[in-house]
Design a protein around this ligand. Structure first.
Ligand code: C2E
Ligand code: CA
Ligand code: CA
Ligand code: CA
Length: 275
């Protein structure tokens, strides 16, 4: 028990106290990570099945913590979002992704994940313009990945922003498609360049008729709307064969390649892929 300023005893669950302390430490460490540059990007290839080549890479944030080692984004991004630090981190990601991609061949794109808070930030468009200008990356080589949670802020504002990106020439992908509540209605409101089919559907695509039917429907729908598709989290050859048969345009996942360091991009690009 602790006595607070007004002489009232407060009882803490020890476990809760420990969780709160851990969380506060993570917050402090994140702040330090931004200042001392502990982040880097890995890149996972997106393979175009029809063209039989790597069409681009998704930038994935990595944090090398000084004492804990690698801390995954699923642990620290929620904290970065709650504290607003994602805005600064996201700005670094945008600049770094464009900087590295500018050295790749011209027909290879880079995809960058954008959190709702970052997207909503008033400077977001300026950050993109600056990253493009500094790196010299052509706008059509940048693809921004958003999830439908950005629309919870009010659709009109979000649509203005999306059209603004489109005017610059930047591509927009709808990430984790199918996991939200109203994915379909968002497809009607904006002409996304690409739909990324969530891994949860791909996992069962070769073994579960329901999952296969959903994936087929998404691919057909995307085709009718002139949107590209990428299947996320493809882990084996059976899934790949099925997706190819269904006309899915691109695959991404451990079966083709895990995310690699920036230095590994060139080796992947020089690999020849048998049909
Ligand atoms: P996401 O955008 O859906 O990214 C795909 C995640 O799936 C990545 O995890 C990737 O490593 C993983 N993955 C790829 N292929 C496979 C596979 O075949 N099997 C399995 N089981 N997983 C696969 P990662 O890198 O841990 O990132 C997790 C999430 O963190 C991302 O999900 C994204 O929401 C977020 N994230 C990562 N980098 C950034 C960033 O720079 N900014 C923001 N805002 N979010 C990011
Ligand atoms: Ca993504
Ligand atoms: Ca995703
Ligand atoms: Ca995801």
């Amino acid at each position: 028990a602790k006595r607070d300023g007004r002489g009232v005893f407060r009882f803490f669950e020890p476990a809760l106290d420990a969780a709160a302390r851990k969380r506060r430490q993570l917050e402090l460490d994140l702040r330090e990570a931004i200042q001392t540059g502990q982040f880097r990007l890995n890149f996972q290839p997106v393979f175009n099945l029809k063209e039989n080549r790597i069409a681009g890479f998704e930038a994935l944030l990595r944090w090398n913590h000084p004492t804990r080692g690698e801390v995954g984004p699923t642990e620290f991004i929620p904290v970065a979002e709650e504290t607003g630090m994602i805005v600064a981190i996201g700005e670094w990601v945008m600049q770094e992704a464009c900087r590295q991609a500018a050295a790749w061949p011209e027909d290879v794109r880079v995809a960058v994940n954008v959190s709702p808070l970052q997207f909503r930030n008033l400077r977001f468009k300026a950050v993109i313009l600056q990253a493009l200008a500094h790196s010299g990356l052509a706008p059509h080589r940048l693809e921004v990945e958003i999830t439908e949670t950005v629309f919870l802020d009010g659709e009109d504002h979000v649509l203005d922003l999306l059209h603004g990106l489109r005017e610059i020439g930047v591509r927009v992908a709808l990430d984790d498609f199918g996991t939200g509540y109203s994915s379909l209605s968002y497809l009607r409101s904006f002409p996304f360049d690409k739909i990324k089919i969530d891994r949860s559907f791909i996992t069962g695509v070769a073994t579960d008729d329901g999952a296969a039917a959903i994936v087929r429907a998404i691919v057909d729908l995307a085709g009718a709307l002139h949107m590209e598709t990428t299947a996320e989290g493809v882990e084996d050859g059976d899934q790949l064969a099925l997706l190819r048969g269904q006309g899915c345009g691109n695959i991404q996942g451990y079966f083709f390649s895990r995310p690699v360091e920036g230095a590994g991009v060139a080796a992947l690009l020089s690999t020849v892929f048998a049909q």
